[in-house]
Structure formats: C-alpha cells, structure tokens
Design a protein around this ligand. Sequence first.
Ligand code: FES
Ligand SMILES: [Fe+2]
Length: 359
Amino acid sequence: MTYLRNIWYVAAWADQVPAGEKLVRRILNEGLLLFRDAEGRAVALRDRCPHRYAPLHLGKLNDGVIECGYHGLQFNAQGACIFNPHGDGVIPPLAKVESYPVEERHDALWIWMGDKDRADPALIPDFSSVINDGNTVVRHYLNPQANYELMIDNLLDLGHTAFLHPDSLGSEAIIQSTRRTRIEGDTIVDELWAPDGDAPPMAQFLFEKFSGVKIDHWLQSTWIAPSLIRGVAGYAPAGRDRADSETLPGLHWLTPETDTTCHYFAALGRNFRREDAQLDAIIDAGVMKAFGQEDMPMVAAIQGELAGVEAERLHPLVLSTDKAGIMARGMLRKLIKKERAEPAEEPSGDAPDLAMVGG
Ligand code: FES
Ligand SMILES: [Fe+2]
C-alpha cells in the first residue's frame, strides 16, 4: 500500500514515551523504536540493528544510548554507532541505524517518515483549539484493527451515530440534519446543522440545561490530509439564541500502522468543570465505549470483510452521509499521486560490502 510520506504523522502521545523507557511502534509498516535522549528530547530509530537485524528494543537503554541485545553494539539517539565491543573496536562504516525527525507538539510526538530535508515543524497543523492551557483535555490511544482510511470514513460519516451510538453521540436530529462540505486547500470542511431537535444523550449529560428541551446542534469537522481531523460540536437553545451556547472541541489523529491496522489518537477538550476528575473518568468511559466498543469492532469487521481489497474498488453504494469521506479519499489519492511523481530520493539500500565490515 502506498502512503503519503512527506508529512508529519503522530507517533505517540508524548507521555507514552517517558524518559528512560522504550516504545516500540510500527508506522507505515516500519518497525520503530521511540525513546528520549539524555536531554529528554524524543527520538525515533528504525527498530533494527544493522548487524544481524535484531530488533533494538530487545536491548538496553541507558542515558539515551541503546545497546543491541544480541552482540552489544551501542547506538546514540541519532542512530550512530558509538561503541563496538568486538575485535579492535573500530566502528564499521555501515554501523548506523536509520533515524527519523521527531517534533513534540500538542502533547504528542510527530514523526516525519519522508525526505528529511523537508521535515519543517511549521507544517504541523494547529490543534490549539483543543489542546491549550485553558482546556482540560481527556486523551485516548486506541489501536483499530483496520486500515486508517476506513477509520477516516467512519469519523467523517456522522450518519452512523444514531445507529451505532444511540445512547451517547447519536440523535434523530443528526440523521435529518443538513450538511455542507467544501474543499479548502488540502483540507475538507464538513459542517452539520441539526436545528430544533433533542440533544444527543452525551450533550444532555454534560449540559443539564439541554436535557428535555429542543436545541440547535451543529458540528464542524475539518479533515487535514492525510489523516487528521479537528472538530467542534456546538449546542444552543433552539431558535438561534447563541448567548447560552456550549461548544466542545475535539480531535482525531490516525497513523497507518500496517495495511490493515492503525494508531488512533483522540482528545476532547473542555473549559468548564476543569478540575472535575470524576467528569474526566465519565468522559473517558463514554469515549472508550463509543469508539472502543462500538466503532472499532464495526470497522474491524468491515476490514475483515474486505479481505485486503480497497473499498473503492468494490464500487460501494453511496449515501449522502458519505460525501466528506469520499472527498477525503479523492484528495488523498491525488496527493499520493503527486508525491510519487516528484523526483525519488536516492536509494538507501546499500548492498553489504564485506570489505567495510569491521570488528
Ligand atoms: S545484531 Fe545487533 S550487534 Fe549483532
Ligand atoms: Fe462512531
């Protein structure tokens, strides 16, 4: 499967890589090892020793230096070999491990899997509407057993909420809502307007004033190529009186793991009841139920049913709720095609050269 490479993907929440610990994570089908260097900066190396290809995570991490568990070569955080315990101790020229640019932002570690010269941190999209000092943020990590594009289909399709999440996110008003979807640069903005209906159960729980009354409900989701979504849900008393409105900002980040699995990072921010740990726990349980127990099994079952064939190739029936997802897939295809048309990087797979083997 072909992925967009010259782009920042989310590798982990920053606190999933505490100092002194290793995190093994497969991204775009490549095994990676994430850890922090002696100064606490997060780094990512290919999880494969250049000697006999032992996964480096099976070795020891000390002060930002990883020692291969098989024959003890030591590599620094840039992937350079700094110690060879064998023979004359000379460091062989091929003793280096691929490293990847990593940037810590929005509580997360972003990784660049493409051409390193183009890894500009300014290209990381802005998610400060969700993660900022004025918000309490409840974060999640899940590992859907489905291709990341199936997850994007799911997250951009709000028509499923009344059926798959009837006791949390869904409502009859959402099914009857009007949608407006437009392209803005490399993003797709999808807006939903559901006036004069019952609030979804989760909104009734979070905002008592919307329980048992008719409300206007709106959602805006912005898909940012290839796999990031920034959203905001709004609620107000029916009749467009916005003085008493409430909003909930959220985000969904998908990172391909393999062709049939992905990493899913989600977060919901709020600027009310900020110190309420009990509410944190309730939101956490609600999200894990909706996403973890309702969406993920459905999407994994679809992945199983597709048996490795891309959904578009089967010419699926299309409903109005699929519009944003179809537009996203179309834009993604174009971006991947454009990237593949660019001049390729120099091949990096050097043939083994016995004359250069040391130690
Ligand atoms: S496999 Fe790593 S040092 Fe031999
Ligand atoms: Fe869902």
